[in-house]
Design a protein around this ligand. Structure first.
Ligand code: CUA
Length: 335
């Protein structure tokens, strides 16, 4: 699907027109000055042509008025470009708080996607129309880049950290996504499509496969098998590590007085490199899990820790009840 302007991809998210507006403004400014300068050039060539072979022009010493004009006007124009584009960039890079979360793991050469209700997909991403979707992304190997031209969103996927990307689709249908960072032999084949569906259709799709375990429940099981639970009770049982209930998104005081907010990056680091940012009041006794758990498992642990909000059921909730351990999901939770 193509838009009415040649070479411009279909426009299918709330971000599209904002990016297009900046782009058309830039093109308009460029076109205007190209035409203006060309016209003046041609006019001057004719108007000030040499009329006799020995003609010597009158010397010009400079003009402060002209110099001021051609400094101030371009400055103002470039500031409108900067201000406007920065506004759009901030919109793009700050995901709304109430967005529906989807986990994306890149790997040579495919995209692995998991919904918070447990459904997994490869090289396909099903989403409902008119809903804010936040992708939490990482990679198992090298840098990739998740790019959906029709949504005008794009973000690098970097080893060892989480990056995010958000969008709200405004049209149903299939929209291509690409890997936009050269990542080896089959980089060009690392493609897929976002399938945007009506809400009801999406709910059906989501409940179609009920045997899946949600990432939060898988993370809870992992939490038990890895033995994390013996030190880190949700409410501080165990006593050797900080309580995890309500931890996500909270400000935490570290040894040495520094304060940080417990976000995805912090939790990831605390699992892989526990000594790096110790919580005040606890000793450096946690072993590292670097190399022992996969990116998928890290995502599950993260989903579990995020699900431990202060008012949610504790980690003693039965593992067979995903609904009890996950945040409210936008679709009827799988049984
Ligand atoms: Cu992955 Cu290019």
């Amino acid at each position: 699907m193509q838009s009415w302007v040649p070479f411009v991809p279909d426009s299918a998210s709330t971000m599209s027109w904002k990016v297009d507006a900046v782009y058309f403004y830039l093109s308009g400014v460029t076109l205007f000055f190209t035409l203006l300068i060309s016209a003046i050039l041609v006019f001057f060539v004719i108007r000030y042509r040499r009329r006799t072979p020995y003609e010597i022009p009158r010397p010009i010493a400079g003009s402060h008025k002209l110099e001021t004009l051609w400094t101030v006007i371009p400055f103002l124009i470039s500031m409108t470009i900067f201000g406007w584009a920065a506004k759009v960039y901030f919109d793009q890079s700050s995901p709304p708080k109430n967005a529906m979360e989807v986990y994306v793991v890149g790997k040579q050469w495919m995209w692995k996607i998991q919904h918070s209700t447990g459904q997994r997909e490869i090289n396909e991403l099903h989403v409902p129309i008119g809903k804010k979707i936040k992708l939490i992304m990482t990679t198992e190997d090298v840098i990739h880049d998740f790019f959906v031209p029709a949504f005008r969103v794009k973000s690098d996927v970097v080893p060892g950290k989480y990056t995010t990307l958000w969008f709200e689709a405004t049209k149903t249908g299939k929209f291509d996504f690409y890997c936009a960072e050269y990542c080896g032999m089959n980089h060009s084949g690392m493609i897929g499509s976002v399938v945007v569906m009506e809400s009801r259709e999406f709910d059906n799709w989501l409940s179609g496969n009920t045997s899946n375990t949600t990432p939060a429940v898988a993370g809870q099981q992992l939490f038990q098998t890895l033995g994390c639970v013996s030190c880190h009770g949700a409410t501080g049982e165990g006593g050797r590590g900080p309580a995890l209930n309500g931890l996500f998104g909270r400000e935490t005081q570290l040894v040495g007085g520094q304060k940080i907010t417990a976000d995805e990056a912090y939790i990831r680091e605390s699992i892989l490199n526990p000594q790096a940012q110790l919580v005040d009041g606890f000793g450096p006794i946690m072993p590292t899990f670097q190399g022992q758990i996969s990116e998928d498992q890290l995502v599950q642990l993260l989903a579990y820790i995020k699900s431990l909000q202060a008012n949610s059921p504790q980690q003693s909730a039965p593992a067979s009840s995903p609904a009890a351990a996950t945040k409210p999901s936008p679709a009827p939770a799988a049984k």
